[in-house]
Design a protein around this ligand. Structure first.
Ligand code: FDP
Length: 323
């Protein structure tokens, strides 16, 4: 059992130069997470499931809860007085927060409801967030000062890094506080699980196809075959990978319409990449480290292979033709 410490206290004690400011922004993100968790629990009863009939900047159908949750996060960030700019999956253009005065110091990139195809089936979804300094709307993962996600599962869990390892905080439903439940998470060097949408396998490049075939082949000495797990919600698939090891892939669609894969660099791949590296893992496109990619546009997509360091290294070997 860990020492009971709240999220707010954990950040304030972090020794980070900007701990007091970061605690304000993170606490407000946590407030947004509590509000979203409550709404998810009752969405079917209050007519909040289903789509709005619109499509977002990515050309995907917009769910009612996507828009509602985006608004909750926007308002929570406005209240900090510290955030200059918001980049969200649900907003075609970055939003400049005019209420923020001279104290504005951070850009927040976020996906309010990640995995929203799971919403209508009561599946696990999450909110992903990432803070960078200044006002610039395109910055590499190395510029992040906070990255994390809130996972709405059987329990609501906030997982966070400020550059000093990865910690998890479970929302105590009766006390309404995020309390540290996972201290200094480390990802296993190697796992036994692979996580990928195999329905896309005919579109993958040959190296990715050979890698997955390798993981499925039986070989006791190397712990194969691996087991497959795929929720289709990045937060859920990443969280399992972080705790239990293995590899998650959303590779490029080499043959079809997604040459850069599906996931967004600034508010999906980069925050997860920093988290996994802080826990001892790796994140790559297959050819380049996710953290050092400079986005050309706020909503840029990127192929993502992320997880245990040995598993990710092996995937890179297959993609480079070394295996
Ligand atoms: P969703 O479209 O349901 O919001 O990037 C969004 C995402 O989900 C990720 O959470 C998830 O990993 C991925 O897309 C699932 O995509 P596929 O349905 O193509 O497998």
């Amino acid at each position: 059992m860990n020492e009971p410490i709240t999220l707010n206290e954990h950040v304030k004690r972090s020794g980070h130069a900007e701990a007091a400011e970061l605690a304000i922004v993170i606490t407000q993100l946590a407030v947004a997470g509590k509000i979203i968790a409550r709404e998810l629990a009752r969405a079917a009863l209050v007519g909040q499931l289903g789509t709005t009939g619109e499509t977002n900047v990515q050309g995907e159908p917009v769910k009612k809860l996507d828009i509602w949750a985006n608004d909750v996060v926007v308002r929570a960030m406005e209240e900090t007085g510290l955030v200059t700019t918001l980049v969200s999956e649900e907003m075609a253009e970055p939003l400049r927060l005019t209420k923020t005065g001279a104290h504005g110091r951070y850009v927040v990139c976020f996906d309010p409801v990640d995995g929203s195809s799971n919403l209508d089936v009561n599946g696990i979804v999450g909110t992903i967030f990432s803070l960078r300094k200044g006002r610039e709307t395109v910055q590499p993962g190395t510029a992040q000062v906070v990255a994390g996600y809130i996972m709405y599962g059987p329990a609501t869990l906030l997982v966070l890094t400020t550059g000093d390892g990865v910690d998890g905080f479970t929302l105590g439903p009766t006390i309404g506080e995020f309390v540290r439940s996972h201290h200094q998470i480390r990802i296993p060097a190697r796992g036994r699980v692979y996580s990928v949408n195999e329905g896309n396998s005919t579109k993958w490049e040959p190296g990715v196809r050979r890698y997955i075939e390798y993981l499925r082949a039986a070989d006791v000495a190397t712990g194969r075959p691996y087991t497959a797990r795929y929720v289709g919600s990045l937060v859920a698939d990443f969280h399992r990978t972080l705790l239990e090891g293995g590899v998650f892939l959303y590779p490029a669609d080499a043959m079809g319409g997604k040459p850069s894969g599906k996931l967004r660099l600034q508010y999906e791949a980069a925050p997860m990449a920093w988290l996994v590296e802080q826990a001892g893992g790796r994140a790559t496109t297959g050819r380049a480290r996710i953290m050092t990619i400079h986005p050309a546009t706020p909503h840029q997509r990127v192929p993502l292979i992320i997880g245990s360091p040995e598993d990710v290294a092996l995937a890179e070997d297959f993609i480079a033709g070394r295996k």
